[in-house]
Design a protein around this ligand. Structure first.
Ligand code: ADQ
Length: 483
């Protein structure tokens, strides 16, 4: 077996330029952590965009950048500002992202962006082809690179290619509205294995393949020309140990070393032991249902006025894609809602919503997970939602309640949470009441089951299962050829 090549839009390292020098800092995100077992040692390479456009990279620094990246087993694809605009902000985030999350009305069908998407996918494919041998294993990630498998297959018919989609695959009725639907399916079908977070996304994909391309599908195998493409679900997990250990460390931090946030949260709890903290953490994205959650919070305070001055909603919204108009509008809407609700309900001693619009260091994220009594995570659509899993992993004494949207992929594996439809305010308000009044023993029993499952199906298992399945598929192909 040859080397493993991982391809994603962004590399698992961040570049920092200062004083004419360059440093590559490894990212701590879920994908980078999850791929650790696959991307380690000298036998793997990660190809992606560095986050800096060609215009932003000083010419003199280019060789240094390549060297810094190669020390992390990475190699970059060069993109101009116009390419990032059309490929990433354009086709990926203004066409595919809204469409695949069922926001049909936000989806723009711009021919120019589609052409740039094809051009940039070709750049990624060329970067692979430059270094790939026939016995290498290629793992392509996510909706920005759906044409890459076919582009590589054309030139290297025998190479092994896997693709994983991190967002939902929509139903046929939604997917069929895309003007370039056949090209996207054919792009994906260059793979030997196509993975999704859930069985439902897998079924939607198979249905589109059958109805739009007329291909034969038997169980989860697609027959195309002489090839068999396997489609399967691989629900992504988290680095369970990292979160549970960080939580333990956090709780044992001596008062003098606690963060300002942790100190304040503890102080509030001490002054009013009956007070309850609700936690909402997401990238600021319309799919995450933050505005709806705020409206539901207002509804809850009116329906259950006994909780006024007792509950507090902490909203952490991470800035995201802020040059796409829909995200700017949403930011304004959330700012206004927070202002209006706080204005309506605040008293001299109580502000119902604490709103943070920023990314937070890992330690502060853990401060929030460990001190908030209820995690309220209700996306309108979400491929998986790892925050829900992270919250449960940090509950070392097993207290805490998770209220989760049925529309998140993670709901499939988290039946012990309180599952709700985020569009139903009545149900949401009652779920919050149920969470506040839930006996400690019940919280612990629910979390015990959840923790056991999350610990077992962690992110390393996810990556290894996918790779194992891809290798099996390759072996099957070889035995087919041998016959
Ligand atoms: P996202 O839409 O980004 O991911 P999610 O799965 O919740 O959503 O992952 C967010 C990650 O960011 C979490 O690991 C969390 O710890 C981190 N994070 C959140 N808030 C933060 C903050 N304020 N500061 C620092 N870090 C923060 C996409 C899909 C999801 C899918 C994942 C993985 O949209 O549906 O679950 O990919 O496949």
């Amino acid at each position: 077996m040859g080397k493993t090549i991982i391809i994603s839009n962004r590399l698992p390292v961040q570049l920092q330029i200062s004083n004419g020098d360059i440093t590559a800092i490894p990212s701590v995100g879920g994908l980078a952590t999850g791929m650790k077992s696959v991307h380690s040692g000298g036998d793997s390479l990660w190809i992606g965009w560095s986050g800096l456009t060609d215009e932003e990279i000083p010419k003199a620094l280019a060789p240094k950048i390549d060297k810094a990246l190669s020390e992390h087993g990475s190699s970059k694809v060069n993109l101009t500002a116009d390419e990032v605009d059309g490929f990433y902000f354009g086709f990926s985030n203004r066409t595919i992202w809204p469409l695949f999350h069922y926001f049909l009305e936000y989806s723009e069908f711009e021919l120019d962006n589609w052409n740039i998407y094809k051009q940039v996918n070709q750049k990624f494919a060329d970067a692979i082809l430059k270094v790939a041998n026939d016995d290498d294993i290629i793992w392509v990630h996510d909706y920005q690179l759906m044409l890459v498998p076919q582009m590589v297959r054309e030139k290297k018919p025998n190479i092994s290619i896997g693709f994983f989609l991190h967002i939902p695959f929509p139903s046929f009725e939604i997917f069929r509205t895309l003007p370039w639907r056949e090209e996207i399916l054919e792009g994906l079908l260059g793979s030997d294995l196509i993975g999704f977070h859930t069985y439902d996304y897998e079924r939607h994909f198979l249905s589109s393949v059958r109805r739009l391309l007329g291909l034969e599908v038997s169980f989860n195998d697609i027959h195309m020309d002489e090839r068999v493409i396997k489609v399967d679900s691989f629900p992504m997990g988290i680095d369970y140990k990292k979160f549970s250990e960080a939580a333990l460390k956090n709780q044992n931090t001596p008062p003098g070393e606690q963060s300002e946030l942790q100190r304040r949260l503890y102080k509030h709890k001490k002054t009013d032991p009956d007070a309850k903290f609700f936690l909402s953490i997401d990238r600021l994205d319309y799919t995450k249902g933050i505005a709806k959650r705020l409206n539901a919070f207002e509804y809850f305070l009116n329906k259950y006025p006994q909780y006024k001055e007792k509950v507090r909603l902490i909203i952490l919204a991470v800035p995201s894609r802020s040059n796409v108009p829909q995200y700017q509008l949403l930011k304004r809407e959330i700012d206004e809602l927070v202002g209006r609700i706080n204005g309506e309900f605040s008293t001299v001693s109580w502000t119902p919503i604490w709103y943070f619009y920023r990314s937070m260091p890992f330690e502060n994220l853990i401060d929030l997970y460990t001190t908030c009594d209820i995690a309220w995570l209700t996306p309108i659509r979400d491929g998986m939602n790892l925050v829900a899993k992270e919250y449960i992993a940090t509950r070392t004494d097993r207290t805490g309640v998770l209220i989760l949207s049925e529309m998140a992929g993670s709901a499939n594996e988290m039946n012990e949470a309180i599952l709700i439809n985020p569009n139903n305010f009545e149900q949401t308000a009652d779920a919050l009441n149920q969470a506040i009044t839930m006996p400690v023993e019940e919280q612990q029993e629910r979390n015990r089951v959840l923790q056991k499952r999350l610990e077992r199906y962690n992110v390393e298992k996810w990556a290894n299962d996918f790779m194992g399945s891809l290798l099996d598929q390759k072996e099957k192909d070889f035995s087919h050829v041998a016959r």
